[in-house]
Design a binder for this molecule. Structure first.
Ligand code: BGC
Length: 748
């Protein structure tokens, strides 16, 4: 073994690229003793982190707490790829270079040209699958591609709740419900880390809009926060155990997230989180304040006003303003995350990517997330014998749209259009992934004549629709990081749909969008298919749903408002803040406060509380089959709900039965679901086990969860507010500490 290590050191000295990518990992057998005790895999990750920490010099410790943004490295060594983050290796101790890339939806290429990579459908599409296995398989796929692309830390796990439907980054996240978002993000992270790759969860917390994201002050009371946005993080961290938590740009209740003792205290104290907190890029504003509040690592240091965790931290530790114990804790947490995920033991080495196999993962995810919003008189599925189909708009003859910003995946063959003028200057533009819906439809209906008309020429689109048996209009809404989007389709697409629907009543609309849009034409079209940004194999997924190869089993992970005045902040906060003249960086713009009238009642809970009827409710989505719900019962001892669903239709289908609980005097909340694949006539029973926190309120003073005695209304339904089975759950009072399990069920 010593020989192996020595060999490694020799190669490292030669400084070859291969060596830089193949980390200097201590490859030891279980229990073997060594001069590098941290290499012993029989020890716990914590013990290994302690042993390695003990061997580090002060300079080595100070080096690992701040890292580089490669696009701004001058010169940039040839073995450092153009990605979001880089930390040089510590060759003396065998700590690999930390190579970070954005990866919520695949290995991103926002800073680099096209690459071999597979794009999953958007986070919202994944959440719409209501299937943790889909999220986990997607994560594992990204983890594999990370390894094959030479990255060992993935900036993934976006779980910010949809408080603002216009948030330009909603597509990266998992929707508005803490249970759904936390569960899906947790499984995505678990999948990534199953490949011995470290993942983040982000952006901690309340980064609910992009307008003014670096300067806004998100104001929400501690209890509401704990029971909503933080609960999503807590849940995802429990499931996924991410190596790192990325703190967000914004302030929370007056203090920047990355130097916020209250927030980071909840994370590390109440939740006992043992990994490290890394900053978002350009989100650090101080040295002593941030370090003492709990920030462990400054990311992309060139993007901050100064390298706060460079020389100023060295100096702050020397004069005792930041204690040595705290610096050691920062480093130990980083090392713990690297050991716990296997990054230290399983060096990444670039190699070929299985684009075909990985494409299957993306295809399954896209299919599972497509939501059928309307289907009058069973216009869908299309029959394979359809003769004349008019496909219209959104470059559906070439590909499918994707969302912009740091998460941008650009597989080979993608194509680009200029984004709107207010798009971030650093983005890659409007990227379409090379998966043509029209080509996929042709493959499924070879006998049909499938014409294509671009949507910008309404007259020829109308002519094409008129000459066809059925018209399929593709419409799109491009959204991106660093900007928010109106709740509407742009560029006259509403008028296009209306004109096509007037020409052909058998009009189907397919949406490729980052978040909800208003649909002024809804009553005039026959069917609406919500395809989100469907990823690398999106065209095929859409075709498979249109032709009924796949039952549309996605359900909305967020409420679609019927009008702007239904949303809690009808005027987008900060939209009226004037940019100063000149070239002001985003983190020096004038700040403003954002309040959240919905408080704890994010999304559908706000609609329920206000008695508002949305365009489509949370959880909504049709199937090509029909279902009956029955035999529902609730067990107060185990806090679980059992029910049966029967497929009463004539087709194989997948139904997502959703369980909502309404505590006395409060709004309903999702407490469980079961996605059941059912043959015609088949019945299956399922049990949803309720996480007690979903029924509780949090007492900030006592730091305890409390469930009040009373009758909790339970409904097992097709979507929020929909039809199904209703029953009651009578619960005794119970209370438990923030870091403990529930006294009756024994669950957290
Ligand atoms: C984004 C993060 C991202 C980071 C690195 C930031 O602008 O908010 O989500 O991980 O850049 O690219």
């Amino acid at each position: 073994m010593m020989r192996l290590l020595t060999n490694w050191l020799l190669t490292a000295a030669a400084g070859s690229l291969a060596c830089a990518l193949i980390a200097p990992a201590p490859l030891l057998a279980r229990g073997e003793s060594t001069a590098r005790p941290w290499a012993d895999r029989a020890l716990s990750p914590q013990a290994r982190a302690n042993a390695l920490l003990a061997a580090m010099t002060q300079d080595e410790k100070l080096a690992i707490v701040h890292g580089l943004f490669p696009p701004n490295m001058k010169p940039r060594p040839s073995d450092v790829p153009l990605s979001a983050g880089y930390f040089p290796p510590n060759e003396r101790l065998g700590i690999p270079a930390l190579r970070e890339t954005d990866a919520s939806l695949g290995i991103a290429a926002a800073h680099a040209p096209f690459r071999d990579a597979t794009a999953l459908p958007s986070g919202l599409a994944q959440a719409a699958s209501f299937d943790p296995a889909i999220a986990e398989a997607g994560g594992a796929m990204i983890g594999r591609e990370a390894r094959q692309s030479g990255f060992n830390i993935l900036l993934a796990g976006g779980v910010n709740l949809t408080r603002e439907p216009r948030n330009g980054r909603n597509f990266e996240y998992m929707g508005e419900d803490p249970l759904l978002a936390g569960t899906m993000a947790g499984h995505a992270i678990k999948g990534i880390q199953s490949q011995n790759i470290a993942s983040t969860i982000k952006h901690f917390a309340l980064n609910a809009q992009e307008t003014g994201r670096m300067v806004l002050d998100a104001r929400l009371d501690a209890v509401a926060l704990r029971q909503s946005d933080l609960l999503a993080f807590e849940k995802a961290i429990e499931i996924g155990a991410p190596a790192s938590v990325m703190c967000s740009y914004n302030k929370i209740n007056g203090t920047y997230a990355c130097e916020n003792p209250a927030m980071l205290g909840i994370l590390k104290g109440d939740w006992g989180y043992a990994g490290w907190v890394m900053s978002d890029w350009g989100a650090v504003h101080s040295t002593v304040g941030a370090a003492n509040a709990g920030l462990d690592q400054e990311s992309g240091e060139q993007l901050d006003r100064e390298v706060f965790f460079g020389a100023p931290l060295t100096e702050a530790v020397a004069r005792g303003a930041v204690s040595q114990t705290r610096l050691d804790d920062m480093v130990r947490r980083i090392l713990y995350g690297l050991f716990a995920t296997g990054v230290m033991d399983h060096p990444v080495s670039p190699g070929p990517i299985d684009l075909v196999g990985d494409g299957q993962v993306a295809l399954r995810a896209a299919e599972a997330g497509i939501v059928l919003l309307k289907n009058d008189r069973d216009l869908l599925p299309l029959s394979a014998s359809a003769r004349r189909i008019a496909v219209i708009g959104s470059h559906a003859n070439r590909g499918v749209l994707s969302g912009g910003g740091s998460s941008q995946v650009i597989p080979q063959g993608s194509f680009r259009f200029d984004p709107p003028k207010d798009a971030p200057s650093w983005g890659a533009g409007m990227i379409f992934h090379p998966s043509s819906p029209r080509a996929a439809m042709r493959a499924l209906a070879p006998a049909a004549r499938i014409a294509f008309a671009e949507g910008d020429d309404v007259a020829s689109a109308v002519a094409s629709a008129r000459a066809a048996d059925v018209a399929v209009v593709f419409v799109h809404q491009w959204t991106s990081e660093a900007m928010d989007a109106p709740l509407a389709l742009s560029d006259g697409q509403d008028a296009l749909v209306a004109a096509v629907a007037a020409a052909n009543p058998r009009t189907i609309v397919v949406l490729e969008n980052g978040g909800p849009v208003l649909m002024p034409w809804l009553d005039r079209v026959g069917a609406v298919v919500e395809a989100w940004y469907p990823g690398s194999r999106g065209g095929e997924a859409i075709a498979n749903v249109l032709f009924g190869r796949v039952d549309p089993s996605g359900r909305l992970p967020m409420t679609f408002p019927a009008s702007l005045d239904q949303v809690p902040n009808p005027a987008l906060p900060g939209a009226d803040v004037r940019r100063p003249e000149g070239d002001t960086p985003d983190n020096a713009l004038p700040g403003f406060a954002v309040s959240y009238p919905e408080g704890v009642d994010v999304g559908y809970r706000w609609y329920a509380r206000k008695g508002l009827k949305p365009l489509f409710p949370f959880g909504y989505g049709l199937s090509y089959s029909r279902y009956r719900y029955g035999n529902a019962s609730a067990d107060p001892r185990t806090m679980s709900v059992r029910f049966t669903v029967t497929n009463t239709g004539r087709r194989q289908g997948a139904e997502t039965a959703q369980v909502y609980a309404t505590p006395p005097g409060a709004a309903p909340r999702l407490v469980g679901w079961a996605k059941l694949r059912l043959a015609p006539g088949e019945s299956r029973s399922a049990t949803a086990t309720i996480d007690p926190r979903l029924l509780a309120s949090f007492d900030e003073g006592e730091k305890r969860w409390k469930i009040g005695a009373g009758t909790y209304r339970i409904s097992v339904v097709r979507w929020q507010g929909g039809m199904g089975a209703n029953l009651s759950l009578v619960l005794p009072a119970s209370t438990w500490a923030a870091d403990a399990s529930h006294p009756i069920t024994g669950r957290r």
